[in-house]
Design a protein. Structure first.
Length: 205
């Protein structure tokens, strides 16, 4: 009402007016994506719609989702600010902290602050290895490889990508997109180094 919007203007083609009405009455719960859409169209932060905004695990998840969305749209600065704010909050669970650090590092890489990204990744890797979150560790190794490569340290990048592949296989993960990304990075490193046979062999892993 404050914005002069109709229900149709808020929902558009993403969900129904009836569903929005059910949310307003407390009879339905929106998904993460639906709440993001509602927040954007009403020009409100996600925290506005949630209880315990400073400590809620739900708020932290939404904040990470929003930062990831900002990254996909090329807004590294906003993603960095969101994750810096999250990491400054007290009592963030170790795995959540490491995931937020991963997103923060990605934002810093987009902003070409490679040294800061590497320091953040080191802290996140240490935490993920201590908590034995193996899939997250693989993601972090891959990003560390990317950070080193962008910093023009190809040998160090290759070492991290090799570590990512070994950790992926040791953990018996089944995420083909993650594996393809790591293998692609490693193969590209061979290709740029003038080693086409190694690049082709790497892509066949």
């Amino acid at each position: 009402m404050e914005l002069g919007l109709s229900l149709a203007a808020v929902v558009q083609k993403d969900f129904s007016r009836a569903f929005l009405n059910q949310i307003e009455l407390g009879r339905a719960r929106p998904s993460t994506r639906t709440l993001q859409i509602i927040a954007e169209r009403l020009n409100r932060p996600i925290e506005y719609f949630l209880q315990e905004p400073s400590s809620s695990a739900t708020v932290l998840e939404f904040q990470m989702a929003e930062a990831a969305t900002r990254l996909r749209r090329g807004d590294g600065e906003r993603a960095r600010d969101l994750m810096t704010d999250l990491l400054a909050r007290p009592q963030v669970a170790p795995e959540t902290r490491a995931r937020a650090q991963l997103i923060l590092a990605e934002a810093l890489l987009k902003l070409r602050d490679y040294a800061a990204a590497i320091e953040i990744l080191k802290a996140a890797i240490s935490a993920s290895e201590a908590s034995r979150t193996r899939a997250l560790s693989v993601e972090l190794y891959d990003r560390m490889g990317s950070a080193c490569y962008q910093r023009r340290q190809p040998h160090e990048a290759g070492r991290w990508w090799d570590k990512a592949i070994s950790a992926y296989e040791d953990a018996e993960l089944t995420d083909p997109l993650l594996k393809a990304r790591i293998v692609g990075h490693r193969a590209n490193l061979h290709y740029v180094a003038g080693e086409p046979r190694e690049a082709i062999a790497g892509r066949d892993l």
